[in-house]
Design a protein around this ligand. Structure first.
Ligand code: PMP
Length: 394
């Protein structure tokens, strides 16, 4: 059988070779200083583990309703009422679905909205999956260049809008830059999308990882944790914003595949129909497990990431240009021009010295930067920074 002939254009269009190449090179390293990981380095809180284990033990292992288990949908609704003032499901035509990770929500959303010829505006730098979501759905991703400051502004988005634009995908705190948008930037973007009849999709997978002292919104109800500015918090936003959040990063359970999408009922209905005949439902032990997560205080972990951010940025700023991350756990420094190296070439040098980071072209049309993750032990981050900063000095 000629299996090559069987593979269709859609699958051929997805090229994961950049990232695979790095992992293949790194597989040869003994005990690498690994600053490439896109997930927290803390364990899942015991209460959350216990809740998932208890669900398995008590035989709650079957399919759930397509949209998710009732208690979790209720808990998400209570959280959103407290956090952003949305009433779900309410008279305002809002609904919610629990999905297989944030990626599950994004995939189904693109399948629901983007058909042949349709366009989705995505940030650049972007989370590696974004451009392919549009390709897989049969449409086109239009990249909004955000160099050098990493900000997705209405000014940068407006010229990219066409007759075929269905959605603008917004991600704050951003992967790979860690940049957090201001309230004014959210306002302008929402106004622009509204005026053009385009859906504003807010991927807030890192919402809980927002650092104090920056552009953060007023403190949350507990008076302690800072809140990430979000277009979803703006008056009347529920008519024009689709909010996507996840549990994997916040509670360190990325492999459990838990996330949710909330927004206008007709869009959630379309996603639900597609989930019914693809994923069927989000994993049931995950749903019961994360139900226990909302009451767990993760603020110490966030403060910990903030301290690491301070350390990373201080070191990087002394040798190169870098946008200051105000959330998530990444930094995206530029490879200094005097080196004459692409991001990929610089990463090769790092790997030669046992440090694993990711080249900018995995996250961008350009290959001028590198992403490092500080979801790693402090001693490892320090060792890695010693090598990276030395290489950047040339
Ligand atoms: N969006 C962004 C911005 C991400 O960084 C990631 C994961 N790295 C995802 C979505 C997908 O997350 P999940 O594991 O919940 O599917």
């Amino acid at each position: 059988m000629d299996t090559e002939r069987l593979i269709c254009d859609r699958a051929r269009a997805v090229d994961a070779s950049g990232i695979r190449r790095i992992f293949n090179l790194a597989a040869k390293l003994q005990d690498p200083i690994n600053l490439s990981i896109g997930q927290p380095d803390f364990p899942v809180p015991d209460r959350v583990k216990d809740a998932a284990i208890e669900a398995i033990r008590t035989d709650r292992n079957g399919y759930t309703l397509t949209k998710g288990i009732g208690p979790l949908l209720d808990r998400i609704a209570a959280h959103l009422r407290f956090d952003i003032g949305w009433d779900v499901p309410g008279d305002d035509g809002l609904d919610c679905i629990v999905t297989s990770g944030t990626a599950g929500a994004l995939t189904l959303l693109f399948l629901a909205l983007i058909g042949p010829g349709d366009e989705a505006i995505i940030p650049d730098p972007y989370f590696a999956m974004y451009p392919y979501l549009a390709t897989i759905a049969g449409g086109k991703a239009v990249r909004c260049e955000m160099y050098p400051d990493g900000r997705m502004t209405a000014e940068r988005v407006e010229p990219l809008i066409s007759e075929r634009t269905k959605l603008v995908l917004f991600n704050s705190p951003n992967n790979p830059t860690g940049v957090v948008s201001t309230v004014d930037e959210c306002k302008d973007l929402l106004e622009l999308c509204r005026s053009k009849g385009i859906l504003l999709v807010s991927d807030e997978i890192y919402d809980e990882f927002t650092f104090a002292g920056g552009v953060t919104d007023v403190a949350a109800g507990d008076g302690v944790s800072p809140r990430c500015p979000s277009p979803a918090r703006l008056p009347g936003a529920e008519k024009d914003v689709l909010l996507i959040r996840g549990f994997g990063k916040t509670y360190g359970c990325t492999g459990w595949r838990g996330g949710y999408a909330v927004g206008p009922t007709p869009i959630i209905d379309a996603i639900t129909r597609l989930q019914q005949y693809t994923f069927v439902c989000a994993p049931s032990p995950t749903q019961w497990g994360v139900l226990a997560a909302f009451d767990v205080d993760m603020t110490q972990h966030v403060a910990d990431f903030q301290r690491r951010r301070d350390m990373v940025i201080e070191r990087l700023q002394s040798v190169t240009e870098v946008a200051v991350p105000e959330g998530a756990f990444y930094a995206f420094p530029k490879v200094p021009e005097h080196l004459g190296l692409t991001g990929t070439e610089f990463v090769d040098r790092c790997i030669e010295q046992n440090v694993m980071i990711i080249p900018g072209n995995v996250f961008s049309g350009r290959d001028t930067h590198v992403r490092l993750s500080y979801a790693a032990p402090v001693a490892k981050i320090e060792q890695g920074l010693d090598i990276i900063t030395k290489l950047m000095q040339g």
